[in-house]
Design a protein around this ligand. Sequence first.
Ligand code: MG
Ligand code: MG
Length: 293
Amino acid sequence: MDDAIDHQISLDPGGRNCRPLYTAARETGGGPLVDRAADRLIAAIEPGATVLVSTGFPITPVDTPETDGPLGAAVLGRAVARLGAVPVFVVDSSTQPIMTAVAAALGLEPSRIVTPTAAETLLARDTPRVLVAVETPGRTADGSYRNMAGEDITHLVDGVDDLFIEAADRDIPTVGVGDGGNEIGMGTVNSAVETHIDHGETVAAVTAVDDLVVSGVSNWGAYGIVAALSLSVGENLLHTPDQERAMLAACVEAGALDGVTGQSTLSVDGLPSPIHEHLVGLLNRLCEHSLSG
Ligand code: MG
Ligand code: MG
């Protein structure tokens, strides 16, 4: 069943060429990508455990985050909260109101939302059990941050790569979700990004994670992990298509833009809301069929 989830989330209706990255991630060993990430989370989660979830990708020329990321982070955060853990969202100041609005639209209020600097303190003081990056800018080999057009966006990024590197040094597990190759976690499939993605050699992120989920839209990767978590614990932890639309409306209302078109529309990565609502409906159907059988 987890293979079916992987298939759903790695559809590429936006023509991003994410399939070779998916294949490369799959070749790093183990089963379906969502399965590995869900297993990692289940092993790490215990009552009261802190789970750090980062997100927020800025769009040029304005420093405004895109609609891909915050929704996935919110749904994943709510799922781990339902399993007894404490989700802490790590976002820069421009993403803060957007993350707050999206979490509230999902009924996740009040939740902890911290800056990358505060997260470093948290990592030092209050050891989180696992770190998850959902559509979070990843540093490239030359130290810069790049959007998918190859533009330098370093001045807009409050990077959290060091958080993930330090976590790895301290044997704290890390999970990453991405769709393009320039996100934290894509260091795991660095050479595939360079080979298969436009501007790959410029944009390829170098920060790796223990478990990478590659999806057609990063939000979908996070939803896929929640679907796999649902099957593991025997309870549907996903959101509904109506909640998907409500979160996206809240996200856009709070100022987020479509990362592909740059427009303030009810869309993610150039795909209008109904496509995301259908994807969420499909994942719910898969989960409920499996849980009832
Ligand atoms: Mg992306
Ligand atoms: Mg995306």
